[in-house]
Design a protein around this ligand. Structure first.
Ligand SMILES: [Zn+2]
Length: 89
């Protein structure tokens, strides 16, 4: 059952993801079933885990996006306040 191309072990952690078992590859893209800390399971390409910095089932990206939204929203408010109530200068 050992496939040398899959030199990953179950139980390896990448951010929130922990590898569980090899999954069906897509073409040459080797994939593993991963367990995310949030409780979801996701099949990830090893390449994504290793090289593209995939660190969650997607929940992390959603959280980061929301945090970024909150920040940029706060920034817009700040800028609007700096411009004064009349808006566009
Ligand atoms: Zn998750």
């Amino acid at each position: 059952m050992t496939d040398r191309r899959i030199n990953l072990e179950p139980g390896q952690r990448y951010g929130r993801l922990v590898t569980l078992e090899p999954a069906e590859p897509i073409g040459r893209a080797l994939r593993w079933l991963c367990q995310c800390d949030c409780g979801q399971q996701r099949i990830c390409r090893i390449n994504d885990l290793r090289n593209r910095g995939v660190r969650s089932c997607g929940c992390l990206a959603v959280e980061l996006r929301e945090a970024a939204n909150r920040r940029s929203h706060a920034l817009r408010k700040e800028r609007a306040a700096a411009r004064g109530q009349h808006g566009v200068a």
